[in-house]
Write a protein that binds this ligand. Structure first.
Ligand code: AMP
Ligand code: GLY
Length: 423
């Protein structure tokens, strides 16, 4: 069948790599894609949130399945757009309904869902412009550090953690009254700070049953030793060594099962990935956040560890027969190291020629932000290339990734050399 994948990053390159390995896929289109994706699929100059343009393309090209990479089209309701259109409603969209996408689109919705389903999470309260004084008073009842979260999507920048009470109260006013994150911060969730180590759990669901995919840990900060500004992610490891069987039992019983049951009980249609951001406090898992898509760069280590045919899994999701499928996992560890543009996550330049891609051996190169220009592959984003490797453990896999990272070059290239330092 013909498949359309929406998105353009390393996550989408990894998904495209896996989808094109399936005998069920005759043609893969990726909108808008990137230079690396263009080598294995057909890039299409389409904006994933222009649903009418997506519709026209799907009908003109006999697309029989749509896989959604990023959250934006999901939060804007692409699932419902297909479902409610008579020409499109037989074409499955892999992703949640707009209602389900609120788990990522609204922090308050997610917190209410967590509390209602007795899922362990930090205590919280939500405030608006009209209750800013109550918010300041609530902050004064908490111990530092203070965690403030813009309710809506804020391009990954909407969470602010501060140590000083006055700073936190000022920031709350900035967010609510001065609309620091625009509409996204018209409501702010304030929550208790949880002290622990983070990891991500990925679940594929058809709304009735679920499969737990490999765990992963990403490295969000730009600097060595987890210092400096937050990024989209500088690398990742799967599986997470400290997420042992006993811990994962707790995750399944206390978090995954109540999440799927919660969706069912509220009749929330959900046929796609659930990305559960976890924090391990002592020996116990708590939910930090939900995302309604795969993570990036976590996908670049999770997908290579799935042995099963992913298109068959997606078909089972669409047909609500996931329960009858078997998920086969590669026992090896996978790691990815992200090469980024100097200056990222602040200002950086684009259009730098990338060399050495053909020198890479025994790793998989996933393009994150690249384009093709005059026969060259050039940088086209902050995160540029993810180098994924397998190994018997994370140290072995990282060594392999780093060996190949050294071979890829462009002006002002930067990467973290310390991934796995905390494991
Ligand atoms: P989020 O966008 O909700 O994942 O938050 C971004 C980051 O802020 C997380 O990855 C955590 O590192 C941190 N964070 C969020 N909530 C908390 C919390 N309650 N306690 C400690 N750290 C948090
Ligand atoms: N790497 C974190 C995310 O995709 O949100």
């Amino acid at each position: 069948m013909n498949i359309l994948l929406l998105g353009s990053g390393g996550r989408e390159h990894a998904l495209a790599w896996k989808i094109t390995q399936s005998t069920k896929c005759s043609k893969l289109f990726v909108a808008p894609g990137n230079a690396g994706i263009g080598n294995i699929a057909t890039n299409v100059a389409l904006n994933p949130t222009d649903f009418n343009a997506v519709k026209q393309f799907v009908l003109d090209n006999h697309v029989e399945m749509v896989v959604v990479g990023p959250e934006d089209p999901l939060v804007k309701g692409i699932y419902d757009f297909f479902k409610n259109d008579t020409a499109l409603n037989s074409i499955p969209v892999i992703g949640p309904s707009q209602h389900g996408a609120q788990l990522e689109g609204s922090k308050e919705f997610a917190k209410q869902f967590l509390v209602k389903n007795n899922i362990p999470t930090a205590k919280y309260q939500a405030f608006t412009k009209d209750t800013v004084d109550a918010g300041c008073a609530f902050l004064a009842t908490l111990q530092p550090p203070y965690v403030l979260k813009a309710d809506g999507l804020a391009a990954g920048k909407g969470v602010v953690i501060l140590n000083d009470l006055n700073d936190a109260q000022e920031e709350l006013k900035n967010m609510l009254v001065d609309a620091k994150f625009g509409d996204a911060s018209s409501k702010v969730v304030i929550e208790e700070f949880l002290d622990g180590i983070e990891l991500s759990c990925f679940v594929l669901t058809d709304g009735k049953s679920y499969k737990i995919l490999p765990t992963a840990k990403d490295y969000k900060r730009i600097g060595e030793g987890d210092t400096g500004l937050n990024t989209g992610g500088m690398g990742a490891v799967s599986p997470v060594p400290f997420a042992n069987e006993e811990f994962m039992q707790k995750v399944e019983q206390q978090i995954v099962i109540p999440t799927i049951n919660g969706l069912k009980n509220d009749a929330i249609e959900y046929k796609g990935f659930v990305f559960i951001g976890l924090i391990k406090v002592g020996d116990n898992p708590f939910v930090i956040e939900y995302n309604v898509r795969m993570g990036d760069p976590e996908t670049e280590v999770v997908i290579p560890r799935i042995k099963s045919d992913i298109v068959e899994l997606f078909q089972a999701v669409a047909n609500e027969t996931l329960e009858n499928t078997v998920l086969e996992i590669d026992e090896r560890t996978a790691t990815t190291v992200m090469i980024v543009s100097g200056g990222y996550p602040e200002d950086y330049e684009k259009g730098k020629v990338i060399s050495g891609l053909d020198q890479v051996k025994n790793s998989i190169v996933f393009h994150a932000g690249t384009a093709e220009k005059d026969g060259n592959v050039v940088t086209n984003g902050g995160r540029v290339i993810a180098v994924t490797s397998y190994g018997n453990n994370f140290k072995e896999a990282l060594k392999q990734s780093y060996e190949n990272v050294e071979k890829i070059n462009f002006d002002k290239k930067y990467f973290r050399t310390d991934l796995g330092f905390d494991l």
